[in-house]
Write a protein that binds this ligand. Structure first.
Ligand code: KE4
Length: 424
């Protein structure tokens, strides 16, 4: 009895596409999505009981492995105190203080319930603070599904091959200018033309939604300088890279200080949390201290705060990111060796616990390079790895994630599977 197929058939009766988020639907790779029953450490187990080494990690949150004992204990203790108060609680202050202490550019932070809420609120705040309407994003970057961002976006929009989305009013889309990523000349040109009308530039400082692409040397600093010249707000969308690529996120790696940063994923430890924070003078514009409205019934939920705070304690420990980077390096270097041995054009990149892999002989520097990737080979590789019990992101346009529980034995098992799968 294939529980998965019957579940997916039933799911499609009640849920559009049978999933609650499009990228889970396997549209980018074909076949039926796996329904997961349980997860522990580096593993997930599907409803048929099959084990997988997991490189999605819930798209980032599971940096300390699934069902991490410390996170579970914190949530169990919080459950016994009540699920939600709709009133301030100490746990919110604890997590806010942790984030402000760990990220120097963050003077104050507001909790929300998803990355989308964080980026949507950050844009509204930048518009309210500057009195301007235009924003600039980058082709292939994904900042969640708020109207302003569904213009040449990445992730599921890219995976499904749709240019944007119906339902986004032209008047809204027209306020979003899209520029190629890693092209400072193009950005400078746009800013020279309309910079004084631009409320904010929002960027994934390392992209993770058009596969993983690192910023060119000086690119982020160039963006910082342009924002300073035109008094535009620089927003680093670190929903994916925050506490993932380094303790201080991508802004620590490249030593560039944004005005606002958005977070999600890791800071919730697996529970629904997003956050935005940054300069005191800008954050003070957020209600109730300022005029820019933003709210949420479950923002700062005590269970989510407990999970997030436990996770911040874990990632704050000495050596956490050094070990994580080491394991990710073993994985990608091993995959590269497997591809080289098989004579397959392949390249990788990685930072901390995040990695990208391309079926092309050079790593991508921008969106246009992705067209040269052999997407069909990726699809065959994906399914062959699945057969061998390795679960990669079901799209050539996503990044991969390693946890602190991916030990040498897990990496070795992955590489053994890859030796066969690379020839699929
Ligand atoms: P959420 O609203 O999905 O919590 O966060 C939106 C978001 C914002 N910014 C960045 C840089 C992001 O990567 C995301 C969400 N990432 C995708 C993975 N590519 C979430 C997976 C999904 O959509 O199901």
């Amino acid at each position: 009895m294939d529980n998965n197929h019957s579940l997916f058939t039933k799911a499609q009766q009640f849920i559009p596409g049978g999933v609650n988020s499009p990228v889970r639907a396997f549209k980018g790779v074909g076949g039926e999505p796996l329904f997961i029953a349980t997860a522990k450490g580096p593993h997930m187990y599907d409803v048929n009981g099959k084990a997988y080494i997991d490189y999605i990690g819930s798209w980032g949150p599971m940096i300390a492995g699934h069902s991490n004992e410390e996170v579970l204990e914190a949530v169990h203790q919080a459950v016994d105190r009540g699920l939600s108060f709709g009133a301030p609680a100490e746990a919110e202050v604890t997590l806010a203080e942790q984030i402000c202490q760990m990220i120097p550019s963050i003077d104050m932070v507001r909790m929300v319930n998803s990355g989308t809420e964080a980026t949507m609120s950050a844009i509204r705040l930048a518009r309210g603070f500057t009195g301007r309407d235009k924003i600039i994003k980058f082709e292939g970057c994904y900042h969640g599904h708020a109207d302003s961002f569904l213009v040449k976006a990445g992730s599921g929009v890219l995976t499904l091959g749709i240019p944007g989305s119906p339902g986004v009013p032209k008047a809204v889309a027209d306020l979003t200018l899209t520029v190629p990523f890693n092209d400072l000349e193009a950005l400078t040109e746009v800013m020279s033309a309309v910079g004084d009308e631009v409320a904010a530039i929002i960027v994934e400082p390392i992209t993770g939604n058009m596969n993983m692409i690192e910023p060119a040397a000086g690119y982020l600093q160039g963006m910082r300088d342009l924002c300073d010249q035109h008094s535009s707000v620089l927003i680093f969308d670190e929903v994916m890279t925050g506490f993932r690529v380094a303790r201080g996120g991508a802004q620590e790696v490249y030593d560039v200080k944004p005005d606002l940063t958005t977070f999600g994923k890791v800071i919730g430890g697996g529970l629904p949390v997003g956050a935005f924070g940054g300069r005191h003078d800008i954050m003070s514009y957020i209600a109730p201290s300022g005029p820019v409205y933003q709210a949420g019934t479950l923002s700062g939920n005590p269970l989510a705060m407990a999970a997030g705070s436990a996770m911040m304690k874990i990632v704050s420990r000495d050596g956490f990111y050094e070990h994580l980077s080491q394991q990710t390096g073993k994985l990608v270097n091993g995959l590269q060796a497997v591809a080289d041995e098989a004579g397959v054009p392949f390249s990788t990149c990685h930072k901390g616990g995040m990695f990208g892999m391309y079926f092309r002989d050079q790593k991508a520097a921008g969106f246009a390079d992705l067209a040269e990737c052999d997407e069909d080979h990726f699809k065959r590789f994906f399914h062959a790895m699945l057969v061998h019990g390795v679960y990669l992101a079901p799209s050539a346009y996503e990044a991969g994630f390693v946890s602190s529980k991916h030990n040498d034995d897990i990496i070795e098992q992955t590489l053994i599977a890859a030796k066969t799968a690379i020839r699929a």
